[in-house]
Design a protein around this ligand. Structure first.
Ligand code: PMP
Length: 381
């Protein structure tokens, strides 16, 4: 026990000890910039009522009682996969979460002679998938396509396969990957596969909210597209939509997180299908979210050193865990919740507040946040 308590003490001393925040749902006065509810659907009682008013909705099972390969009830999963296939024009396979998808898919796909080339800032679930795979992996500088190209040129020929892994919208920085150029590299490298995690883009980006990749001229060069349902979709779970049926069959046979874990409740899959059908129609919400993002970026420009690109995720980098904690606490005194993000979630020295916007917010909410941040900045907190 001593060793564990020593580690905990060190974490506390460096400002990196984590704890679960208090339930804040009862605080109607609190402006919450900490969730990934980008379309503001989590609080939409009207959608829940509409869902439960559907015939048979109240009796959809609350458990699958087995992994997907053994479950008796399959209908709701199949309906969701068929919907995803209709929307994305590709075979789709469900996973219990984005974490399950990334560790399961990457560790399975990187079998044999595979080199993984991943952006420096990819999510922890991707890193864990790479580590689990036991394949060799290298990281290229964030969004540095020239660096990726250099690594490909130097190393690709030595391997049967190179798996390029990126996110479309980065979870902690909110910036968008240079995917068109990366897809071109994939196109010109005969043994490359491109894997794109769209966790923070599904629901938000693209003309129908299907993410950054769908509908582009380079969509066919994205071999594996991963999306999650726990963020803009106000649900839980994840999917991959793949360019070839063999990739789906392979994932189904080799992704251990798919094979060896109880499937999400059928009720959850039914809710996800219901929400997805609505999301493709939600252009008003997406436009509103873009307007809020532009408003926030321009109102914070005077106090933030880096050039801000408008995004529904906006980092306020303060450079140390203590500063991030202090700023988060000070905002809470203004009834504004923005949580600090510390290492190991972000590299040391880039500790930050991560502001996450929602289409459920108003322009006045953004003004309240930017005024509070500006006054705290001016009082040099
Ligand atoms: N990928 C990315 C880019 C993420 O940011 C996250 C979660 N924040 C995940 C995957 C994991 O998804 P889930 O929460 O559904 O496990």
């Amino acid at each position: 026990m001593r060793r564990y308590t020593d580690i905990l003490t060190k974490l506390a001393d460096s400002g990196n000890l984590r704890s679960i925040p208090a339930d804040s749902t009862a605080r109607t006065d609190l402006l919450d910039f900490s969730t990934n509810d980008y379309l503001g659907l989590a609080a939409r009682a009207d959608l829940q009522e509409e869902f439960y008013a559907q015939e048979g909705a109240l009796t959809i099972p609350l458990t699958s009682s087995a992994s997907r390969l053994l479950a008796s009830t399959q209908r709701h999963y199949e309906e969701l996969e068929n919907l995803l296939t209709d929307l994305y024009g590709r075979p789709a396979l469900l996973f219990n979460s984005g974490y399950h998808a990334n560790i399961g898919l990457i560790s399975a796909l990187a079998e044999g002679s595979t080199l993984i080339l991943a952006d420096r800032l990819v999510h922890a679930s991707i890193i864990d998938g790479m580590v689990l795979s036991k394949a060799r992996f290298m990281r290229f500088r964030h969004n540095d396509v020239a660096h990726l190209e250099q690594l490909l040129r130097r190393n690709a020929a030595e391997y049967d396969r190179v798996l390029i892994v990126v996110e479309s919208v980065y979870s902690m920085d909110g910036d968008t990957s240079l995917l068109e150029e990366i897809a071109a590299l994939r196109h010109s490298t005969p043994n490359a596969l491109l894997y794109v995690d769209e966790a923070h883009a599904v629901g938000v980006c693209g003309p129908t909210g299907l993410g950054v990749c769908h509908g582009t001229s380079w969509y066919d060069d994205v071999d594996i597209l991963v999306g999650t349902f726990g963020k803009a979709c106000a649900s839980m779970g994840a999917f991959c939509a793949v360019s070839d049926k063999a990739l789906r069959d392979f994932a189904l046979n080799r992704s251990r997180s798919f094979i060896f874990s109880t499937a999400l409740p059928p009720l959850n899959a039914a809710w996800t299908s219901f929400i997805l059908r609505h999301i493709v129609e939600m252009n008003t919400e997406r436009t509103h979210l873009r307007q809020l993002s532009a408003q926030l970026a321009s109102s914070l420009a005077p106090i933030l050193p880096a050039q801000l690109t408008p995004s529904h995720i906006l980092p306020v980098i303060v450079g140390s865990a203590d500063k991030a904690l202090a700023l988060s606490r000070a905002l809470l005194d203004h009834d504004i919740k923005v949580l600090p993000i510390r290492t190991p979630t972000v590299p040391p020295g880039t500790e930050r507040l991560r502001i996450s916007l929602s289409a459920g917010m108003t322009s006045a909410d953004i003004t309240r946040l930017s005024s509070a941040l500006t006054s705290l900045h001016n009082s040099s907190l």
